[in-house]
Design a protein around this ligand. Sequence first.
Ligand code: SF4
Ligand code: SF4
Length: 68
Amino acid sequence: MPYNTIMNEVVLEISSICVACDNCRLICPENAIVTNGQEYLIDHWSCTLCGLCIEVCPVDCIKETTLT
Ligand code: SF4
Ligand code: SF4
């Protein structure tokens, strides 16, 4: 984690039950969701917490978490 990450900042994380449907990556207005071909990741610096990805995820695997 970068040393200047804000503690207790709310971010979104994608859990391992992701089925790689690509919905979230396609709908994200900030292009904050990237994939390395196997797992999906959210760039916390680009994400504005708009919630669109959560709405389109078929398996409800995008959750808020807090950086500690
Ligand atoms: S909450 Fe919005 S900005 Fe953040 S990853 Fe999801 S769609 Fe993109
Ligand atoms: S919408 Fe959900 S299941 Fe689909 S790629 Fe994104 S995180 Fe994975």
